[in-house]
Design a protein around this ligand. Structure first.
Ligand code: NAP
Length: 297
């Protein structure tokens, strides 16, 4: 952790504040007395927080509104948008708007292994946005998240099965609370320019191990069944989603199988001063996380 600098009293722009991570960041910043602009798509759903001004835009792709929203901002937190094929272009518009508005620095929430070689197709998109952040010429910090620990229970179907082509690969998933706390440190303190951080948990679990952990915590029968790539494509064929999104879901698992999400980093501890939470610590504090799983399997 670094000492807060005078930046702590300058304006921070937080995007994604109607969502999980951006909302947590906004609440933590408000608790520290920060001055922030919450840039959202629906002002009615923005958190109402002391010291914050809510600014509604159509989206990152709304250049004019983004420039106006970012004017007078010292630090800009760019939370990646929902997973669409077009989001890289939308992020580019937001970054260009930050340059035009004279923002002091950008913090981008990226993904572990972001880049053209990533198995996880959404991480390839994050790699392109990282390139755009670097090319902006603005001081910046890339904060790469692993999969959210909070999402692992959502992988469990109502039958109690986790189905996917993850083999025996490991995932060092990180809780959203830890991601938000680390982001707040980067947003409010100096010394982070030019750095890339990797936010992971402090253990890397196989899906079999995660299933055992979730079964123990919930008292429900939960297990992991490996799929082949072909089985994974077939079992997801009936969902009403684009091919791009389905490939994103499947490569969530194949990236784990390839070992691309298994590395454990000490960056959460270094940034926040505390250890990241583990799945077995997190589950008892979220008793409804597995309520969708049938007790009889
Ligand atoms: N690491 C992981 O396991 C994982 C899992 C899921 C997603 N993610 C990624 O991480 C991001 C943050 O996670 P989260 O849990 O906070 O997601 P979330 O709860 O879905 O929040 C996403 C936020 O981004 C905003 N947003 C989406 N598209 C936008 C656009 N084009 N322009 C402006 N704002 C936009 C949303 O606004 P609205 O409320 O108006 O929609 C929402 O406030 C997600 O958006 C996604 O890219 C990571």
């Amino acid at each position: 952790m670094s000492d807060p600098t005078p930046e702590a009293s300058s304006t921070i722009a937080v995007t994604g504040a109607t969502g999980q991570v951006g909302g947590r960041v906004a609440r933590l910043l408000a608790a520290q007395g920060a001055t922030q602009k919450l840039i959202v798509r629906d002002a009615a759903r923005a958190p109402k927080l002391e010291g914050s001004t809510v600014i509604q835009v159509k989206g990152y792709e709304d250049r004019e509104a983004m420039v106006a929203a970012l004017t007078g901002v010292e630090v800009f937190l760019l939370i990646p948008g929902h997973e669409t094929a077009a989001r890289v272009e939308a992020h580019q518009v937001a970054i260009d708007a930050a340059v035009a508005a004279g923002v002091g620095r950008i913090v981008f929430l990226s993904f572990v292994g972001a880049g053209p070689d990533a198995t996880f197709v959404f991480a390839r998109q994050h790699g392109l946005t990282e390139d755009a952040v670097r090319a902006s010429g603005l001081p910046h910090t890339l904060v790469r998240m692993n999969f959210y620990l909070d999402v692992l229970p959502e992988f469990v179907q109502s039958t109690g099965e986790i189905l996917g082509p993850a083999g025996e690969g490991r995932v060092a998933a990180v809780a959203r609370d830890d991601v938000a706390a680390a982001l707040v440190e980067v947003l409010t303190c100096s010394g982070h320019d030019g750095k890339t951080y990797e936010l992971t948990g402090r253990e890397a679990l196989t899906f079999s191990e995660a299933a055992v952990c979730m079964a123990r915590a919930s008292g429900r029968p939960i297990s992991y069944r490996k799929e082949t790539l072909e089985q994974a494509r077939l079992s997801r064929a009936h969902y009403d989603a684009t091919d791009f999104v389905k490939e994103g879901w499947i490569t969530t698992y194949t990236a784990v199988a390839a070992g691309e999400l298994s590395e454990i980093s000490g960056d959460v501890r270094m940034l926040t001063g505390r250890d990241p939470v583990t799945l077995s610590e997190w589950l008892p504090t979220h008793p409804l996380a597995l309520a969708h799983v049938d007790t009889l399997g």
